[in-house]
Design a protein around this ligand. Structure first.
Ligand SMILES: CC(C)(COP(=O)(O)OP(=O)(O)OC[C@H]1O[C@@H](n2cnc3c(N)ncnc32)[C@H](O)[C@@H]1OP(=O)(O)O)[C@@H](O)C(=O)NCCC(=O)NCCS
Length: 148
């Protein structure tokens, strides 16, 4: 399947069921309340920051992002990818790349983004390889955390 068969559009409230279904395949959990909250948060942000990709007229993947300005001590506006997920049945067709490309293009046009970033688990090979393939490289920041 070629890139032209992937249609990226802003997330709509009615996408929640499709996203819950994809997340079920990815996580093995049914998290309707979680995703309703995520969509509520997304609805407060500009539409280009939260998107779905359709192939064959079906929602095949999603991307949730936001823009940070001075967060984490990074001075320039930075687009952060919070969540990206593609239905396993639609992998390796450029769905995630189409979502990321749209996020980056929109961010450059609308918010003059100079950088895009994400946090990943290095042990999650598919996510790691995807971002490396898109030109992402490890930066100088590390995640600090502690139990509470
Ligand atoms: C990572 C992920 C988003 C990639 O989605 P995808 O639509 O299959 O990726 P694309 O087809 O756009 O891949 C673009 C490039 O990334 C690389 N890539 C993607 N997945 C890869 C993998 N598993 N291994 C190696 N490289 C990979 C490839 O080089 C690919 O280029 P190609 O077209 O030359 O093969 C998808 O595997 C996924 O959803 N994983 C689970 C993520 C997750 O758990 N999210 C949490 C949601 S709550």
């Amino acid at each position: 399947m070629s890139r032209t068969d992937v249609r990226v559009r802003p997330l709509e409230p009615s996408d929640v069921d499709a996203i819950v279904a994809i997340d079920e395949k990815l996580s093995g959990q049914t998290r309707k309340d979680y995703w309703r909250r995520r969509l509520d948060i997304a609805s407060l942000r500009p539409p280009w920051m939260s998107m779905v990709a359709e192939t064959d007229g079906r929602v095949a993947g999603f991307l949730f992002g936001w823009v940070g300005e001075s967060e984490f001590g990074i001075p320039q506006p930075t687009g952060w990818v919070d969540l990206i997920g593609v239905d396993p049945a639609y992998r390796s067709r450029g769905v995630a790349r189409a979502l990321l490309d749209r996020f980056v293009e929109s961010g450059r046009e609308l918010r003059a983004l100079e950088r895009v970033a994400t946090l990943i688990d290095l042990g999650q090979v598919d996510v790691r390889e995807f971002f490396l393939r898109q030109g992402f490289q490890p930066g100088r920041m590390v995640q600090l955390e502690r139990a509470v």
